[in-house]
Ligand binder design. Structure first.
Ligand code: HEC
Ligand code: HEC
Length: 322
């Protein structure tokens, strides 16, 4: 319809758009891969169904336009998301479900930014070689496709047109629960100069690195990269004269914050929690997280100055040494 392009009348309705299987398959430009955890703040969900936490899945996002394109809100733009289980060792598991958002004409669904929402569980009937984003349900299946209020309600919190991947990532503020979730063993019974000349007793005072045992844990599984929301903790114990493990002296944490939080600290937040008798270590085995702004939490230059020398440039000694 060539004549429409000659008109320049802003009152014209936007052209209508109908989502097809062929178009859905074209959403193949990488937007973000392996999103996991609470990267998008409190809005983050496992996006894989009930009974899962945000840490249990990986989410891969694609679109027809790529990352932060100015066409994100153009009619006909499609965003897709593929959700996979995360295996116990942190590797990527089976595909659970795929999702789509397709931008429709203005007025289609004002409460949902005029996006059409689609949900396509992996029920075994789709060939993902042919349809990598799932098989589009018929438009009559209004529970799986269309003006899905449940999707729109949450997506309306994204600052850029209902699209989380195209919005600013919110500040990551760790909770006590995030600290407690650091239960994966990284390296236990560290003592002496196991990590070279920078090794310290890490017990809150100077001394011989051979005078303590240090146990390091994280919430980031073995095969998973460190990322926003990663927490690494360390528990330091006295080493008794007979070589056995003595009382707990102090716990530490490093919390990976959003990009830009603190360049000189590798965007880590540093925490020091001396065992002063006020914590219940049954409930909080990595210590009790001080309030944000407390002197023993935040951009602690003494910690970062040494950790900046960790091999690999990631500020973690344990993860920097393969
Ligand atoms: C409780 C909040 C919430 C609900 C409900 C929700 N989403 Fe999302 N969605 C997110 C977040 C957060 C992201 C960002 C990526 C991530 O963390 O997985 C996202 C990303 C997406 C993306 C990639 C595009 C983008 O950048 O936002 C698609 C497509 C998507 N969701 C579709 C859906 C569909 C379809 C539904 C309903 C069946 C739905 N979502 C329900 C929170 C939600
Ligand atoms: C002089 C160097 C130095 C200083 C200062 C230092 N650390 Fe460390 N840190 C290390 C080394 C070396 C390791 C490796 C494990 C070990 O030997 O105990 C480590 C390990 C850690 C770990 C485990 C994560 C990892 O892989 O690096 C945490 C958490 C940690 N330190 C927190 C802190 C905090 C918080 C401070 C400041 C209060 C701090 N550190 C100060 C040298 C240092």
């Amino acid at each position: 319809m060539l004549w429409t392009s000659c008109k320049n009348d802003n009152d014209d309705p936007d052209p209508t758009y109908t989502l097809t299987q062929e178009d859905l398959n074209k959403s193949s430009k990488e937007v973000e891969l392996n999103a996991t955890g609470r990267k998008f703040g409190d809005a983050s969900i496992p996006h894989g169904g009930t009974g899962l936490t945000t840490e249990d899945t990986y989410r891969d996002m694609y679109s027809t336009i790529g990352f932060k394109s100015s066409d994100a809100s153009a009619v006909g733009t499609i965003f897709t998301k593929r959700t996979y289980m995360k295996n116990a060792d942190g590797s990527k598991g089976d595909l659970i479900v795929t999702f789509a958002m397709a931008k429709r004409e203005s007025g289609y669904f004002p409460d949902g930014g005029d996006w059409e929402f689609v949900m396509m569980p992996n029920d075994g009937s789709n060939d993902y070689e042919t349809n990598p984003n799932g098989m589009l349900p018929d438009a009559s299946q209004t529970e799986m496709r269309g003006q899905l209020g449940m999707c729109a309600g949450c997506h309306s919190q994204a600052s850029n047109d209902h699209l989380f991947s195209q919005s600013e990532v919110p500040a990551f503020e760790a909770t006590q629960g995030d600290l407690n979730a650091a239960t994966y063993e990284e390296d236990l019974m560290i003592t002496g100069k196991e990590y070279g000349d920078l090794s310290i007793p890490h017990g809150g005072n100077s001394g011989d690195p051979d005078s303590t045992y240090r146990d390091v844990y994280s919430n980031t599984r073995e095969k998973e990269d460190l990322r926003v929301g990663s927490v690494i903790t360390k528990r330091t114990y006295v080493k008794n004269a007979d070589g056995s493990k003595g009382p707990l002296l102090v716990t530490f944490a490093m919390i990976k914050r959003e990009a830009g939080y603190w360049d000189d600290g590798g965007d880590w937040e540093y925490v020091q929690m001396p065992n002063d008798g006020s914590n219940d270590y049954e409930a909080n085995p990595n210590g009790m997280l001080p309030d944000e702004g407390a002197p023993n939490r935040g951009q602690l230059t003494d910690c970062a100055g040494c950790h900046s020398q960790a091999p690999g440039g990631g500020y973690s000694f344990v993860r920097g040494t393969e």
